[in-house]
Ligand binder design. Structure first.
Ligand code: BG6
Ligand code: MG
Length: 218
């Protein structure tokens, strides 16, 4: 059995629910640009990079815009998102997330963040856990976004643990793909239709059965 030495946690959707804030920021931009955008459309953006999210949001309207305008819209969405992040505090952990962090440390495991977000450090600071982690891999650490494994490979390197001894916890389909591509054990959070490729699937962060994973009872 592979010995598990580190956990790499995705941030948005695993530790805290920023998906709603991302939605509100994208929606504000979409309304300003007269592009239709619904909550259902937003589901396709889960775990997806800022640039790719904008391309998906614009769809057929993408050709209306120059690269300069695309850059400006990414910056505008981010400023709306950052306004909303001011609302986040220690009350905004997803159920079970704070407990999970403590349990991982109690088991003597290394714990890292593996998130594609360039706002990772701001969110961790607002949650009061910036200094909790042994390693942080975020949107600034690598150039290739999920489903490339890079953000997790970087996280594993930051805690000095080989990929095969790492568990990744993810709520996005692209994130599960990235973990598997990196040769790591994937734990999916959410409906099976979305994260069913993972080695272990749980509906919510609070449902994660740490002993099941550590004992290799897939
Ligand atoms: C991911 C989110 O964590 O980060 C995506 O799930 C988001 O919705 C991506 O687009 C990039 O985040 P940011 O904060 O750099 O725009
Ligand atoms: Mg996520």
């Amino acid at each position: 059995m592979t010995e598990i030495k580190a956990f790499i946690l995705d941030l948005d959707g695993v530790v805290t629910d920023t998906a709603e804030y991302h939605f509100q920021a994208w929606k504000r931009l979409a309304d300003e640009e007269n592009v239709p955008f619904t909550r259902q459309d937003n589901e396709k953006l889960r775990g997806v990079s800022r640039r790719r999210s904008l391309e998906l949001l614009l769809g057929e309207h993408r050709s209306r815009y120059t690269e300069e305008q695309i850059e400006e819209m990414m910056a505008r969405k981010n400023s709306y998102y950052q306004e909303l992040l001011q609302e986040i505090s220690e009350k905004d952990f997803l159920p079970g997330a704070r407990q999970l962090l403590d349990d991982l440390k109690k088991h003597g495991l290394k714990v890292a963040i593996g998130s594609g977000s360039k706002n990772t450090r701001t969110v961790l600071t607002r949650l009061g856990i910036l200094n909790f982690f042994d390693g942080i891999s975020d949107g600034y650490s690598v150039t290739r976004a999920k489903p490339a494994p890079d953000v997790f490979v970087y996280a594993a390197g930051s805690v000095g643990v080989p990929a095969e001894n790492c568990v990744v916890v993810e709520d996005a389909e692209v994130g599960v793909e990235a973990a598997i591509a990196g040769g790591m054990i994937a734990v999916g959070i959410g409906p099976k239709e979305r994260i069913g490729q993972a080695h272990y699937c749980y509906e919510n962060t609070a449902d994660i059965d740490l002993n099941q994973i550590l004992n290799g009872e897939a």
